[in-house]
Design a protein around this ligand. Sequence first.
Ligand code: F6P
Length: 549
Amino acid sequence: MMNTTTTLPDWQALKTHQEQIASERMQDWFISDPERYQRFSLQVDDILLDYSKNRVTTETLQLLGNLATSLKLSEKIAALFNGHTVNITENRPALHTSLRNPTTAPVFINQENITALITETLTQMRLFTDQVRSGSWRGATNKAITDIVNIGIGGSHLGPLLATHALSTFSDNSLRCHFISNIDAAHIQEILHNIDPETTLFIVSSKSFTTLETITNAVTIKAWLQHKLGIHTIEKHFVAVTAAIDKARDFGIPLPQIFPVWDWIGGRYSVWSAIGLPLALLIGMKNFTDFLEGAHAMDHHFQTADFSVNMPVIMALLGIWYINFFGANNHAIVPYSHQLTHLRTYLQQADMESNGKSVSHTGEIINYATGPIIWGEQGCNAQHAFHQLLHQGQHFIPVDFILTGNDNNSAFDKHHDILVASGLSQAQALLQGKAFEQALAEAHDAGFTEQQAQLLARHKTISGNRPSNVIFLKKINPYNLGALLALYEHKIYVQGAIWQINSFDQWGVELGKQLLPQILDDLRNNHPDKPHDSSTQGLIQHYKSLRNA
Ligand code: F6P
């Protein structure tokens, strides 16, 4: 069965339109339309999106909107918010938007009032974070907590990591946050070396409480703690965030210290739940609530704004335009913000685990590209690493530049001006490029011979006409970070809806998990039969020889 989306009249109209405007240059559009910036930018609360430096005209956006309408985007947005079973392969809704909805009206999922569950958990988080932050929570040796270690991976790691780093200036500096995600012992050793067991709180963060990396790390650290402080010390130093309450209890964590998450929250959409506990501990519940409110404001915008002025929808449609009609297979994320260092890895999971799919909802193999490769780095570091490829390489790479108006530190205003100017000049350079004539004139001015100048000018010519968005936050604070992450979540959802894929499962990740036990067993034991391909078998033998050397 083949999906027929590409034969839809609205898809075909976009294809024809792309052929018509592919050779047109944005530079010319800016000259012929002095209002282009006003026309193709919009603001939602403290976030400005300038999408004028994209290969789109008013007609392009109209045609993209038509495609979204014919693929029933409005109904699909309503289905997400109304708790329909959007995750069809796991038979679940995806209700992360409920976590940040301040309404107290009951919402029933499988006969359970999830509003009550969310409110109870927020209260549990408030009580606990107040205790730890005030110093009234005491470790086994009666000392206050100074360090928090989150033990988790994937969605149980990347959101808290991003947010605690981004919002560290909202902490009162009484707590330090650490993250153990990898199974590599070097990672654990590095952290354990830098903490005092008497004043450390460990959060075992795992929705399933079965993830091999997380549980292995938690068991090792539990033994380390017991060795350091004594056998009955877990209660004062371990809490859990999980949907598998019984498993956390079996691990030895008392019930009041187990914070629930639920199967209707996907791991990569869970920072708004108790998975965000490290953030709540670091910045306090008042700030955590602001974080939720910022996301809720973006939810409201997404649900109510017309597609033509809907920020997540516009970003999603631009992505569709490039991926499906220009053949882009990737998207770069370049935040000019040290605080947003971890945004790229967060979005890698959010986007690629959600939309790296090849089968439609109805089981048809799809014959068009879906989720892009997400990559990037913070600017200006990115400029001195890979921007050369953005400017003169042969790949089609749409870029999101993320800028902030204020670095929360006026003593360093000069730095911030340079940071912002750097981001803006990169976006401008991608747009304008450098014409051969200009490069030639520069070579002449520098005194090169005609022959040398001609050669050099060819190397220095930069095509320009390369697309980018600028997402400008007024400042980084809990509210705006919440809104920014919700913006990307909804962009991802819209793209998944148009591609008609399930953005909420991750069966590809499961295969590796299924294969691992056999390989691990073979690494540890001598099996006469060789059930693997010769490559895997050869590498197993190679590892054994290294280990036994
Ligand atoms: O990487 C696969 C995955 O299932 C993610 O979707 C999830 O965020 C991560 O593992 C961690 O899962 P858990 O929270 O159950 O430990």
